[in-house]
Ligand binder design. Structure first.
Ligand SMILES: NC(=O)C1=CN([C@@H]2O[C@H](COP(=O)(O)OP(=O)(O)OC[C@H]3O[C@@H](n4cnc5c(N)ncnc54)[C@H](OP(=O)(O)O)[C@@H]3O)[C@@H](O)[C@H]2O)C=CC1
Ligand SMILES: O=C([O-])CC(=O)C(=O)O
Length: 260
């Protein structure tokens, strides 16, 4: 299987390392032009545009964030290459969602949304069939996990002494305003009640020692609560290790004769 990876940050490096342990080389890395000379002996080919990807590539995985999905997603799908992405929050832009849908149809390819740093999405998807009445997502991280986000303009992250909500609103607003931190809100929205009817709360908590994600949902099925305390990746306190693991899991499931 010939796989291309976009992003050599915290998630991308985990994915590249894991794929190379699995022996799934050759690995192609799609980078910005300025990064063409970056060193990584686990990458066999580095390209700067979708047009330069080889014809026999089987799958692309986006581990680079919203900008990369916006820049490369449609071109990859139009070329007929399936794409796994962690940048779910980018789909809060309805124009992008339509563009990617059209590109996937044109190319006969599929955009696969990795489950990322959260779980229980299967439960929400099933519950949606019978009708959901309420879905709330709460994301709680230590202050360091919110650096570089809109939280910085809303609270003094360095001076917090107790858990403080810096955002309350819809999943669409969260995903748009926090592109590096609220992809999980988008995942919950896409699995359940949609971007405008899913409520999101984002909290900076000086006592938190993990990235904590919670879902509370109710509907015709009954109700459920889900909570995960995810360890951050060593290179980026914003991103949970499970998000990187979910990309590998998505790749494994594509090849499995029996799959969930
Ligand atoms: N679904 C989920 O649960 C989660 C999703 N995410 C998403 O994943 C993204 C990546 O996370 P993480 O690895 O921790 O972030 P990092 O900041 O560590 O790495 C981002 C990488 O993406 C590259 N990149 C950014 N834009 C482009 C582009 N247009 N073309 C090619 N490469 C690009 C960067 O390259 P360069 O060095 O050139 O800047 C860098 O290598 C986050 O921004 C977030 O949106 C994160 C966590 C959980
Ligand atoms: O990795 C996490 O814990 C969640 C995250 O950043 C996101 O939802 O974008």
């Amino acid at each position: 299987m010939k796989i291309g990876v976009i992003g050599e940050g915290a998630i991308g490096r985990y994915v590249i390392d894991q794929l190379s342990i699995d022996g799934r080389a050759p690995l192609i890395s799609l980078v910005r032009p300025a990064r063409m000379d970056r060193a990584n002996d686990k990458v066999s080919v580095r390209v700067a545009s979708v047009g330069d990807l080889p014809d026999d590539i089987d799958l692309m995985v986006d581990c680079a964030g919203h900008a990369a999905l916006i820049e490369h997603g449609a071109a990859i799908l139009k070329r007929g290459i399936d794409l796994v992405t962690v940048s779910l929050g980018a789909l809060a832009d309805e124009n992008l969602e339509q563009l990617l849908t059209q590109a996937a149809r044109t190319g006969g390819a599929q955009l696969h949304l990795a489950s990322g740093a959260i779980g229980a999405l299967d439960c929400l998807q099933a519950a949606r069939v019978g009708g959901l009445s309420e879905v709330t997502y709460t994301g709680r991280k230590p202050p360091a996990g919110w650096r570089g986000s809109a939280a910085q303009e809303r609270v003094d992250l360095d001076a917090l002494t107790f858990a403080t909500a810096h955002f309350r609103g819809t999943a669409r607003q969260a995903a748009t305003q926090y592109p590096k931190n609220a992809n999980v809100a988008a995942a919950v929205a896409l699995a359940g009640l949609g971007f405008d009817h899913t409520q999101a709360v984002l909290i900076a908590d000086p006592d938190a020692t993990a990235n904590i994600h919670e879902i509370h949902a109710s509907g015709a099925f009954g109700s459920f609560g889900f909570r995960i305390e995810g360890k951050a990746l060593p290179d980026n306190p914003r991103s949970s290790a499970l998000a990187a693991m979910s990309v590998i899991s998505a790749i494994h499931r594509r090849r499995a004769p029996i799959t969930t």
